[in-house]
Design a protein around this ligand. Structure first.
Ligand code: SAM
Length: 258
């Protein structure tokens, strides 16, 4: 509720005519509902913890990389019951049926946070929660018509380096904790294609996630600009180091203060 109030204040203070499409999204498709609101969101909404605008941003990320001919598969780290993965898979199916998707998770719920998580006391209560099984996710993916995907069970720290994904065009990080997010960036950032999109779900929700992101880009001296999706999620577009800056998509909202 606190997040929603902040969100509303942000909207009211900065509204311009250009914001109207975004505002209509905030109304969760109740105004001028489009294909996504009427045909895609309803397929996954009961199997995801993510809100409408985060899912819509993932949908647009896939549309954007396909439209710009950015090569590579989609990768999701943090699947739970599979809702956001199913959404990414549906987008691939709709915009480019040849791209594969890799989904990584323990499929046994959240591992414990570590001392790397500044909000450990709050986070530790979530250990073992947010679970979904391989069978559940597989059933959902088939139900929504997906065939071109791999579900990889185990901790990111072991599975990511052992899996050859080749180039990645869309990377969705939803692993909550410091160690989990760090492991994803350490293993996968170099595989993200230039022009590829990375969406980080927990940047505004868990301090460990934010810390892992800030440390990673700080250590690599990559001047990354994170764009606001909603109070928790951010996204960015990767540019070659020579261009100096990994910018967010122009259509994705305002840059978050970092
Ligand atoms: C918030 S849930 C994902 C929500 C999901 N994207 C959705 O649409 O509802 C976080 C997931 O990350 C997984 N996870 C977190 N850290 C992990 C790690 N180190 N290795 C494997 N899975 C991890 C958990 O098992 C959990 O399923």
């Amino acid at each position: 509720m606190r997040c929603k109030a902040r969100d509303m204040r942000r909207l009211v203070h900065h509204v311009t005519w250009r914001d109207i499409p975004r505002l209509t999204l905030r109304l969760k498709g109740r105004v001028w509902p489009g294909h996504f609101a009427t045909h895609v969101y309803p397929l996954v909404r009961h199997d995801t913890m993510l809100p409408y605008e985060t899912l819509y941003s993932l949908w647009n990320a896939v549309r954007s990389v396909v439209a710009r001919d950015i090569p590579g598969c989609a990768v999701e780290c943090g699947v739970a019951k599979g809702g956001s993965g199913a959404l990414i898979g549906r987008a691939l199916l709709e915009f480019d049926g040849n791209r594969r998707m890799f989904c990584f998770d323990t499929f046994e719920g959240l591992p414990p946070p570590t001392s790397g998580d500044p909000d450990y006391e709050r986070a530790v209560d979530w250990t073992g929660k947010c679970g979904g099984t391989v069978e559940e996710v597989d059933a959902l993916f088939r139900r929504v018509g997906l065939t071109n995907y791999h579900l990889i069970k185990g901790k990111f720290q072991e599975t990511l380096s052992a899996t050859n994904t080749d180039l990645i065009s869309v990377l969705h990080l939803d692993g909550d904790w410091y160690d989990s997010t760090k492991s994803c960036l350490d293993n996968l950032w170099d595989r993200v294609a230039e022009g590829g999109i990375v969406q980080i779900d927990d940047y505004g929700a868990w301090q460990g996630c934010q810390r892992a992101v800030d440390e990673f880009f700080g250590t690599r001296h990559i001047d990354v600009r994170l764009y606001y999706v909603n109070p928790t999620a951010r996204r960015l577009i990767k540019y070659a180091p020579a261009s100096g800056l990994s910018r967010g998509l122009i259509d994705s909202g305002r840059a978050s203060p970092r």
